[in-house]
Design a protein around this ligand. Structure first.
Ligand SMILES: Nc1nc2c(ncn2[C@@H]2O[C@H](COP(=O)(O)OP(=O)(O)OP(=O)(O)O)[C@@H](O)[C@H]2O)c(=O)[nH]1
Ligand SMILES: [Mg+2]
Length: 307
């Protein structure tokens, strides 16, 4: 991008796009497909994303600022944590110039309804994105679902995509740009995100836990980086895994410590790739009872607690 584009081009656009929706519809997968990189963590389990993730994409004609939000939902467990996660999603969407409601093909639930209600109240253009269309055998099978959405709200656009198969992602991007205001770029052109590497290392560890642990367990575990030391040869990162119950420890460790070893090896590979250098992880398990319901502990973990 040249100076000319950002400063002198009156046609240049820049603005925020919120990717909102209930858990597990593929918001983070869409962000990564749009950015052509693995920025946001993804897992088959609901409620993977817990923080607001900003992804910046600078193009010749626009700078798109994507906000990948945690899934908005009405779960009853981990009350305080869930309240904060929902709040992050709801507050962040108010910053957006255009709102994207991500839904999953063929599935319209009460949680989708609740998200739509919230987005409508913001009185901004809403684009419905139907994700996972690769699940259809034939493209035209999506038509009845498009009609259903049309009956629910006067969406500015309805765009079927597949984040996994990268179908229609470029069309989504060019459509979104039309909804951004004309203004100069807000970030420098080489910016990818607004959070430090340390945050993403924590996220990669959480992603690994989501893949390696069964059922409810990943929700009861948090990751805290305690130390980060660069040696001449490689990078050493000390990590504490906070568990809310003693009974989680043997599950995390596995037989003869095999589970934890496998989590470590897998995370080391992903972190090394992300940071572009060999990284050694030193993982400890720490019992921190009720971390998910203590404001102070949640703050230590990086959750934004504002009134
Ligand atoms: N078949 C198919 N699966 C997809 C597609 N996009 C995402 N998925 C899968 O859906 C699951 C959830 O994806 P995420 O991107 O983590 O969903 P999310 O909406 O960010 O979820 P939360 O962060 O929990 O709110 C993962 O198993 C993805 O691999 C798609 O286009 N097709
Ligand atoms: Mg997500």
């Amino acid at each position: 991008m040249s100076e000319e584009n950002t400063n002198n081009n009156p046609e240049f656009r820049c603005g925020y796009v919120a990717l909102a929706g209930r858990p597990n519809v593929g918001k983070s997968s869409i962000l990564n497909a749009l950015l052509k990189t693995r920025l946001s963590i993804i897992s088959p389990k609901a409620q993977t994303t817990r923080h607001r993730i900003l992804g910046v994409n600078t193009l010749p004609e626009a700078q798109v600022l994507y906000l990948d939000l945690p899934g908005i939902h009405q779960a009853k467990q981990y009350k305080q944590l869930n309240r904060l996660i929902n709040k992050t999603a709801l507050q962040s969407s108010t910053d957006a110039d255009v709102l994207v409601l991500v839904v999953q093909a063929e599935k319209w639930t009460k949680d989708d309804e609740a998200v739509l209600k919230h987005l409508k109240a913001l009185q901004r253009p809403i684009i419905a994105v139907i994700n996972k269309i690769d699940l259809y055998k034939k493209r035209e099978e999506v038509l009845p679902f498009i009609l259903k959405l049309q009956g629910l709200h006067d969406f500015s656009e309805i765009i079927p995509v597949s984040a996994m198969k990268k179908l229609n992602i470029e069309h989504l991007e060019s459509t979104l740009i039309n909804y951004l205001p004309h203004q100069e770029a807000l970030f420098s052109e080489d910016t990818l995100t607004d959070r430090p590497e340390k945050f993403y290392v924590t996220e990669i560890l959480r992603e690994t836990l989501f893949f390696q642990l069964q059922e409810e367990l990943p929700y009861g575990v948090e990751v805290k980086i305690e130390d980060w030391e660069q040696t001449q040869k490689n990078l050493h990162i000390e990590v504490d895994l906070w568990i809310s119950k003693e009974s989680y420890k043997p599950i995390l460790l596995g037989k003869g410590g095999e589970k934890l070893a496998s989590i470590r090896v897998n995370a080391e590979q992903k972190v090394s790739q992300f940071l572009g250098q060999e990284t050694k992880l030193h993982i400890r398990i720490k019992l921190v009872k009720d971390w998910s319901s203590h404001a102070k502990l949640l703050q230590e973990l990086g959750y934004e607690i504002k009134s």
